[in-house]
Design a protein around this ligand. Structure first.
Ligand SMILES: [Zn+2]
Length: 77
């Protein structure tokens, strides 16, 4: 699996960060931002983005996020 990094700060990215970037910014993106940089661009906080990721996983409404059947597995890092 290819190792993705944030195109701005170079931080390593987990699958959820990539999925959220695709969801919020551009579905066909091939370069991504980490949660911190994305939060800065969206005038929001990392915590809010993490909440959003958890929301998509719990509801299963977005195909970019695998549905969580119970509580979330261990985090990205
Ligand atoms: Zn970054």
């Amino acid at each position: 699996m290819t190792r993705h990094t944030c195109m701005r700060c170079g931080a390593g990215l987990c699958g959820d960060e990539i999925a959220l970037y695709k969801k919020l910014v551009f579905r066909g993106a091939e370069e991504y931002l980490c949660l911190d940089c994305l939060a800065a661009d969206c005038s929001t906080t990392r915590e809010k983005l993490e909440t959003l990721i958890a929301y998509y996983h719990r509801t299963g409404i977005c195909t970019l996020f695998a549905k969580w059947e119970s509580e979330p597995p261990a985090g990205c890092r």
